[in-house]
Design a protein around this ligand. Structure first.
Ligand code: HEM
Length: 327
């Protein structure tokens, strides 16, 4: 089904946030100001907080099915209700600014009107009244954007993952992580604790002021165009990892998975909003851009073993690097 968006949106690689500035990849506190355009070998990305593309309807429909099958993908601790409303208003305001031809938010007192022509929606709700909006503010927000949404509370000199809607997790579990501290959430990640990356990132995030939006990228690999690789569905996708290296269709099935993660201090509640937008491009697609083919091949070949193990790519990264560098 057409989204009614300009056809330029259909060109996946033109907006792909290729994440490797160097021939080697290491973890770092790679945060930079949001809404800053970045040129790439295939086009450009990064001028918007919220990115809508040709997969909009498909991804929103996938999220609806996932939430219907598994309600643990959405969680909101009681004290985060004001943050959920704040997130809703902040994102709907951003959408009406960034997509004025399709979306509009208007407000009179506590009553808001929201129009989204891509979804044929036109509705009114009362800010703070959960029953006035379908599914409540957080679930409704997740029905309007492709981004996964995480809400963090700041207290006791730490950040706490106290709410969110995450249907497209890269091998983690929202239901398991809810209520954890930022440092605990990152417990399984190698290197970043010894290297002080994660404590420094937390200090940086705790100092963020409203209106100062930042972002970072993260990456891994996924077999097929599967967005839902959360821990809960591991039995459905985990075994593909052991077979893909020998699959003659490796280059079509294996995708670089890039997350653009936004970090936003919500202006009304003071909570922190973490948005995760996931992009997939197959080796075959990426190989059409020679600079990307070479760079991804070099990064995969060089990646230290502990990082490859954590990302779950050890069994096939050499085969992928070979295809990219030798084919
Ligand atoms: C503020 C909100 C953030 C949240 C809610 C968050 C959440 C997560 C989660 C759930 C994981 C997966 C952990 C697992 O395997 O169980 C992860 C991985 C990771 N996070 Fe964060 N993160 C945030 C911000 C950051 C920041 C600012 C950094 C910057 C240093 C960072 C660095 C990393 C790294 C390096 C990984 C490993 C990724 C990989 O190799 O695939 N995170 N994060």
């Amino acid at each position: 089904m057409s989204t009614g968006l300009p056809t330029a949106f259909d060109h996946r690689l033109a907006r792909f946030p290729f994440p490797f500035p160097r021939e080697k990849y290491r973890y770092s506190a790679n945060v930079e100001p949001a809404q800053t355009l970045v040129g790439t070998a295939a086009g450009e990305w990064g001028d918007r907080l919220i990115e809508i593309d040709a997969d909009y309807l498909h991804e929103l429909s996938a999220r609806r099915s996932i939430l219907a099958a598994d309600p643990s993908r959405i969680a909101l601790l009681d004290h985060m209700r004001p943050a959920a409303w704040d997130a809703l208003l902040t994102v709907l305001e951003a959408l009406s600014t960034e997509y004025p031809e399709h979306m509009a938010l208007s407000r009179s007192g506590t009553t808001c009107r929201w129009v989204n022509t891509l979804l044929n929606e036109d509705l009114e709700f009362a800010v703070g009244d959960d029953s006035s909006i379908p599914g409540g503010p957080l679930r409704f927000l997740s029905s309007q954007v492709q981004e996964d949404i995480v809400l963090l509370d700041q207290r006791e000199d730490a950040l706490w993952l106290d709410g969110g809607v995450v249907t497209f997790a890269a091998d983690w579990s929202m239901g398991f992580d809810v209520g954890m501290r930022f440092l605990e959430v990152h417990g399984p990640v190698p290197r970043i604790h010894e290297e002080q990356i994660i404590t420094r990132a937390q200090q940086f995030l705790m100092r963020l002021q409203a209106g100062q939006n930042y972002r970072r990228t993260n990456w891994t690999m996924t077999i097929d165009r599967r967005l839902d690789t959360s821990t809960e569905t591991y039995p459905a996708w985990g075994h593909d990892r052991t077979r893909i290296a020998e699959d003659p269709a490796l280059h079509e099935r294996l995708h670089l998975r890039v997350e653009v993660q936004h970090l936003v201090r919500l202006p009304r509640s003071g909570a922190l909003m973490f948005l995760v937008r996931t992009y997939l491009a197959s080796l075959e697609e990426l190989a059409t851009i020679p600079a990307w083919r070479q760079r991804l091949g070099n990064v995969l070949a060089e990646l230290p073993q502990d990082m490859a193990d954590y990302k779950g790519i050890s069994k096939y990264r050499e085969a992928a690097a070979r295809w990219l560098l030798e084919a």
